[in-house]
Structures are given as C-alpha cells and as structure tokens.
Design a protein around this ligand. Structure first.
Ligand SMILES: Cc1ncc(COP(=O)(O)O)c(C=O)c1O
Length: 416
C-alpha cells in the first residue's frame, strides 16, 4: 500500500519529474512565454482541452501551450498547494488581491448580492465597497459575534435574499484577529441555496495560512490566500492562490486566463522554494507569538491584546469556533497601547529589530499601524466600530529568537 506522506515531506519533490529537466534535482524556472508543439494536430488537441471544447480522453494530460494559460512552475506549485488544504485544485495568481478579485468577479454578476464579514483586509474592503458596487453588485455585511439567525436577518433585510450569490469571509480577521465561524457561514449559504442556485462560501485564509486552518474541511467552497504572506514567507514576492473543487477552480482559471493575472514562472519558483520550509517556519511563528503575547498580556503600557490564544474557555461560543477551525493560535498579534496615535507612533519609531512595514507572515517580525496604514481607506465609522483605533499596533511575529523580539518590544515601550 502506498505510504500517505505528510504535506511537509512532499514539498521538495511532489509533481516534479527530474528526467524531464536534465536530471536537475530542483524544478528549473521555465522562463518561457510559449511552448513548441510537436505537430499542428497536437496544438489543436491542447487548445481543445484548455478551452473546454471537449473533455480530456482517458490518460490525456493538459498540454503546455502559453504561459498565460499554463506553465510547469505554475502547475507544480498548484499541485503542491493542494496538499495542505486537501483540495482538488488550485489556481495561483500574481497577488492575493488578484486571487480575491478574480473569484468575486467570476461568481458575482450585476444585480447579485454579496454578503461579507467585517472587518477584512483594507484592499478587499476597498474592492467590495468601492469597485464591485460600481457594477451594480449589492453588498451587505455582518460582524463578529452575530448568530446564524441574525446573519440570515441581515440578508433578509436587504430585500434581495433571492439574489445572494456568495458569502465572503476573512478569518482570523485582519487586523483584529476576530474569528468568523466557517461552519456557521456555510449554514447561512445553504439556507439561501436552492436547486437552481448555490450560494458559495469563500474564505480568506491568509492569517492562519495553509498549515493551521483548512476552511474546505469546515465547509468552505473556495479558500483564498495572499501567498505574499506565510506561503512566500520571506518578504520577497507578491502572489496569491485560490483552492477548491475541480469544477470551481476551472471557472476561476478560465477567468484568470482572460484577465491575464496568473503568477509568473519566477514567482511560482520562489513560492516552491518557500513551501519547502513552510511547516518549519509556521511552527516557529506560532511558538514565538505565544511567548510575545504572554509578555504583552501583562505589560502595564498595553491596554488590550487581540490574539486567538487569549480566547478563554469560558467564552464558550468563540472558544468552540476556535477549536473547530484553528490548529494553533497563529503568528499575528494586535494590541492597543495606552494612549493615542502619538504613543503608538513612538513605539513604532523606536523598534530596532522589528521592521516598521506592512505585510505579514515573513521570517522577520513586522509592525505597523492599521488605522493609518493597511486600513487607512476603511471608512472612519467602520474603523471605530471594529476597534481599529489610533492606539492599535499590528505585529507579525517572525522566526527570530523570541527573547530578542520581546526585548525589542520592551525597549520600544519604554520610549512611549
Ligand atoms: C488578509 C489579507 N488578504 C489579502 C491580502 C492581499 O494580498 P496581496 O497583497 O498579496 O495582494 C492581504 C494583504 O495584506 C491580506 O492581509
């Protein structure tokens, strides 16, 4: 019986055949725009399959055509990514935003209703509120803590329940680390689905990454990543990914082909390099974050710490959600400093080891000020409602020695 290896054991070789690349142990960068067909008949056959003009014959592989449609680096990367989420298929993109926007554009059309959780990453918030609405796509949102019945009410109150086409959630939410119930969201999607229409659930899983949370297992139809974050992990690449069933990813890839926002061979190669250490890095991120959170929890200059590890068993509802969907407490921590923007900026300006930069999930620790940086564009009322205040700092805990990270935070706090 074949051994079922863990994903981390397969990240070095899965899907790659050295004999097709001069025996090279690593998959080379296939830096090519197009591929030579052996015959015109072969080219015709490849296009028929790629453009869905006919189903594949038994044993037929999708042929390589043109790097906007497919490329060995992109395909091998996609195959490797499916292992973590146990997904049927994956599509990779040149950014997380292109993965998110392609999914929203594919599954929504003018007149449809999109329901989404709040808060979400500022870029996704902008696209939903300011761009989708220009195409007459209606939007409604719910917030953390609302029950399934209350969320159903939110949809009913729009008067457009029959037009609900997609539910989009981000959990844990950026930057507040709020957990949104994936299974509960699926129940809402099912409530509004009928024989003629399926309401899809898409989950942005960037914050936990593919090692610590598997939304497809909790009922999601599509899982999305900014692969710039933990998957890439080294602050040197912008990329995105979407995973789900063969049927849905085929739709996503078709739109990707015509939007032309696929990942480049070089990006795919960098991500394959990164995947080899994903599990190791993520274990260290989580271990360090637990130590940093413990330090922040008792510091007199810190007012509040937003970290899944702080959810108490007595907070039964939230604790149950965490148990159902998160395998660790993650590597992201937000916290409120006692004071206002002045104190928050003083803290950021005095960091020495931790870098003052947006993004997250990198080997180096990163800190930023969501209210004026990643979430600057979110409307002021919403920011207030979701506690994205001027005293909030978001920290992405890196893989440095935890004592050094804590020392850096301690000395910066002394200066504010
Ligand atoms: C949760 C989340 N989703 C999506 C994105 C967008 O990804 P990208 O910057 O790779 O386009 C980000 C970026 O910060 C993010 O934090």
């Amino acid at each position: 019986m074949p051994v079922k290896r863990k994903p981390e054991s397969q990240m070095m070789s899965y899907g790659y055949k050295p004999e097709l690349s001069e025996g090279s142990i690593k998959c080379p960068i296939f830096q090519t725009s197009t591929f030579v067909f052996k015959t015109a008949e072969e080219g015709k056959a490849f296009f028929e399959v790629a453009y869905g003009l006919r189903e594949k014959n038994a044993g037929e592989e999708t042929g390589l055509i043109y790097s906007r449609i497919n490329n060995p680096d992109i395909e091998i990367l996609e195959n490797r990514l499916t292992l973590w989420d146990e997904a049927e298929a994956c599509a990779v993109f040149e950014s997380g935003m292109s993965a998110i926007t392609t999914v929203l554009l594919e599954f929504l059309k003018p007149g449809d209703l999109l329901l989404f959780s709040n808060p979400i990453y500022g870029g996704s918030d902008h696209f939903i509120n300011k761009i989708l609405t220009k195409f007459n796509i209606q939007i409604a949102s719910f917030k953390v803590g609302q029950t399934i019945d209350e969320i159903i009410q939110v949809v009913e109150a729009t008067g457009m329940a029959d037009k609900l086409a997609m539910i989009y959630i981000e959990t844990p939410a950026n930057p507040t680390n709020d957990l949104i119930d994936i299974e509960g969201s699926k129940k809402v999607a099912k409530h509004f689905s009928n024989t003629g229409k399926e309401v899809y659930l898409a989950v942005d899983n960037t914050y936990m990454g593919p090692v610590w949370q598997h939304p497809l297992k909790n009922g999601a139809d599509l899982v999305l990543y900014s692969a710039t974050k933990y998957i890439g992990g080294h602050s040197d690449v912008i990329a995105g990914a979407c995973l789900g069933s063969n049927e849905l990813i085929k739709r996503v890839k078709t739109l990707r082909t015509f939007l032309g926002n696929m990942a480049s061979p070089n990006t795919a190669w960098l991500l394959m390099r990164s995947l080899e250490t994903l599990k190791l890095r993520m274990d260290k991120h989580a271990e360090n974050a637990a130590k940093v959170a413990a330090f922040l929890n008792t510091h007199p200059k810190i007012e509040k710490v937003y970290y899944p590890g702080n959810i108490k068993e007595t907070d039964a509802e939230k604790y149950a959600i965490k148990k159902r969907q998160c395998l660790t407490d993650g590597g992201m921590i937000s916290f409120d400093i006692k004071g206002k923007e002045k104190e928050a900026f003083a803290f950021l300006n005095h960091l020495q080891l931790i870098k003052l930069a947006v993004s997250l999930g990198s080997t180096e620790s990163l800190a930023q000020h969501p209210a004026t940086m990643t979430h600057a564009d979110v409307d002021p009322e919403s920011k207030k409602e979701f506690s994205i205040t001027e005293k909030m700092i978001r920290l992405s805990v890196g893989v440095e020695n935890a004592d050094d990270i804590i020392y850096d935070i301690e000395q910066a706090l002394e200066n504010c």
